[in-house]
Design a protein around this ligand. Structure first.
Ligand SMILES: [Zn+2]
Length: 430
């Protein structure tokens, strides 16, 4: 618990306070967006009385998790979750996600009653106490850590899932292909285009902007503590993040006046879940590990170059080469899987399930052993940003060079483990 009470101020109150401050101005870079000089002190005349009412008490929190048991592979789990606790009314954050997942539960239930049960298990989770430190989902993941390690296929997160009409998502590498392909199959409301087309827009890039996942919500424990491929998505546009104005009236007026975006998000989650649940071979994007690693290592090279003034500055060349090899091996594997020998499907899926777990390091990160994924982490300073290859990100953040070699070896080892798993899949596919 923080020892200094923190209170966001609305504009009206901020104006009264900042406008009356007469002390020393803030250093450059600290001036905020209001039309007043921001100051460190108020001056001797100014007194502000802040009343903070926070009860100190023990609260029990409840996660609500529903399970649709898979008809063929009940021990492979696809989990979709959203938190349901809110700071205030919480119409968009989190309940646009909550409502979407409730609708999805109903749809999956109807399909199931009509004889179309998913082949793998689908779980739908409503997490408590997310706003208090992502507590509900973290406790659940810790409680079921061994089972999740053995059974977790993917985790999809919906937090503030609908605030407008701009589709967006962030993902671990292995779910990127599935996400992109799924959006091609879904029509965008009030248009003749697909979600994919609208998402790509006028960009000339080969793909729409699918971000990288790290911090900020209930995927953290799944992805960075256990190593389960994770995805977060929704439609953005009118966020009034954690404000008292995040009410149903606001939602109806600004975020989704025709109530079509929630169903769109439900379709994306549902089709992604069903494709993962029903495929003979889990449709992970295997070569994407190498592609993304290459990009991240290049970015890190720029970061460390800026401060590494040692006689032989650390080079990411060996890691970039390993990433490129992994990409090639991944492409060979995907080619082999196109004409896969299904008698080995069970063994292949076991190998595929283990891919993301190869990033798990038992000692964890230097800033906290709970963060065990070498691939992704929330940044330890705010908890919100996505840190890719976080051990290196941390060294760069403290401008340290002494440990880079040690981490290079850990990353080379993890990539080697991934390679050998992917090669096993290729061999089994033939
Ligand atoms: Zn939230």
């Amino acid at each position: 618990m923080h020892s200094i009470p923190v209170l966001p101020l609305p504009y009206g109150a901020a104006k009264e306070i900042i406008g009356r401050m007469k002390g020393q101005a803030v250093p450059s870079g600290w001036q905020g967006g209001l039309p007043y000089t921001y100051r460190i002190e108020g001056g001797p005349e100014l007194k502000v009385r802040v009343n903070v009412t926070q009860k100190r008490e023990i609260q029990r929190v409840y996660n609500v998790v529903g399970t649709l048991v898979g008809s063929e592979n009940p021990d492979q789990w696809i989990i979709a979750g959203a938190h349901y606790d809110a700071w205030a009314f919480g119409a968009t954050d989190p309940n646009s996600g909550t409502a979407m997942l409730l609708a999805l539960s109903e749809s999956l239930g109807k399909l199931s009653q009509a004889g179309q049960k998913p082949k793998r298990t689908i779980k739908i989770a409503h997490w408590d106490a997310e706003e208090q430190g992502v507590i509900g989902s973290t406790e659940w993941v810790e409680q079921f850590r061994d089972e999740l390690d053995a059974k977790g296929v993917a985790y999809f997160n919906a937090d503030g899932a609908v605030t407008g009409r701009n589709f967006g998502a962030a993902s671990s590498p292995s779910l990127k292909g599935l996400a992109i392909n799924t959006t091609k199959a879904i029509p965008f409301p009030d248009s003749s285009k697909s979600v994919y087309d609208v998402w790509l827009g006028k960009r000339t890039t080969p793909e729409p902007p699918l971000g990288n996942l790290g911090g900020g919500s209930d995927h953290i424990a799944f992805y960075t503590h256990v190593g389960i491929p994770s995805w977060n998505g929704g439609t953005g546009g009118h966020s009034i993040y954690h404000s008292n104005f995040d009410s149903f009236a606001y939602y109806e007026r600004f975020c989704d006046p025709t109530f079509k975006m929630g169903p769109l998000v439900e379709q994306v989650f549902g089709i992604m879940a069903l494709r993962l649940a029903n495929a003979d071979v889990i449709p992970y994007d295997i070569s994407r590990y190498g592609t993304d690693l290459h990009t991240h290592f290049e970015g890190l090279q720029k970061l460390t170059k800026a401060y590494d003034k040692t006689p032989t500055p650390f080079s990411f060349d060996a890691l970039i080469k390993a990433a490129d090899d992994l990409k090639k091996i991944g492409e060979d594997c995907e080619a082999a899987l196109k004409s896969v020998n299904l008698k080995n499907a069970k063994a292949i899926n076991q190998e595929l399930l283990a891919l993301e777990r190869q990033w798990i390091d038992k000692d964890g990160m230097q800033y906290g052993s709970w963060y065990r994924s070498l691939y992704a982490s929330p940044d330890p300073y705010s908890g919100y940003a996505s840190w890719m290859l976080p051990a290196f990100q941390y060294e760069a953040s403290i401008r340290e060079t002494a440990n880079l070699k040690k981490w290079e070896q850990k990353y080379l080892d993890a990539i080697a483990r991934l390679k050998s798993r992917v090669e096993k899949v290729t061999a089994l596919a033939k």
